[in-house]
Design a protein around this ligand. Structure first.
Ligand code: SAH
Length: 208
């Protein structure tokens, strides 16, 4: 298995959102965080020969990270056609060899019928529900995850652990790992006053 550092270097060419849409909470996952999640998932046996599904695939960062390892296939689901175009271009830049399918659709009403031969691992950095009118966006994504995944890795905003733990317990799953991540976001929306913004996040591994 290649190193985490090598993966991060390969993901550094992934371009961000061209015109980020605030209502869709389009924040790119930084390459170091994506490399961390994918490498950890691979070490745990959650990538090789699995179907990896990235919900709200955006720039493709997580999907492409997985595609650089040895999954059976990768599926990215995204609502925004512009983001899908960006992801397609990014796939070309990254040059991963695993088959990647980009699907335009609503991740909260999963438009997928997945092969049953391989286990399904979901990787996602969904909208946190931070924008008004979009509250509990991550809950709707988790409902989709519960319906398809054997294992998932998801990024949530700080302070989500209790909510996620309760959700997972209700669904009969188990939260096996939790770690914090701070990501440094470049200024992307006009309402951000500072040029850079640090976002505290939590990442959870869940067995469903
Ligand atoms: N992980 C991606 C994107 C994170 S931002 C990356 O690193 O680039 C969240 C993404 O979810 C955005 O691309 C947004 O357009 C998408 N999204 C928001 N609501 C969605 C929905 N209901 N269905 C599918 N995608 C959605």
């Amino acid at each position: 298995m290649a190193t985490k550092a090598a993966l991060e270097t390969q993901l550094a060419v992934v371009a961000g959102f061209e015109n980020p849409k605030v209502g869709l909470e389009q924040y790119p996952t930084p390459p170091d965080l994506a490399a961390h999640i994918v490498h950890l998932a691979d070490l745990r046996g959650d990538i090789e020969d699995t179907t990896v599904v990235d919900l709200g695939s955006g720039t493709g960062m997580l999907a492409l990270g997985a595609a650089l390892r040895s999954p059976a296939r990768v599926v990215g689901v995204e609502l925004d056609p512009d983001a899908l175009q960006t992801a397609t271009n990014n796939a070309r830049r990254v040059g991963a060899s695993a088959p990647i399918h980009w699907v335009r659709g609503d991740a909260t009403r999963l438009p997928l019928c997945l092969p049953e031969e391989q286990p399904v691992t979901v990787l996602m950095n969904p909208p946190f529900g931070a924008q008004r009118g979009n509250e509990h966006a991550d809950r709707a994504f988790l409902e989709s995850v519960a319906s398809v995944a054997d294992v998932s890795y998801s990024v949530h905003n700080e302070g989500s652990k209790e909510f996620v733990e309760a959700f997972v317990a209700d669904a009969g799953g188990e939260l096996t790992d939790a770690f914090r991540a701070t990501f440094d976001l470049e200024r992307q929306f006009d309402f951000h006053k500072a040029d850079r913004k640090e976002l505290d996040a939590e990442v959870f591994r869940i067995e469903w």
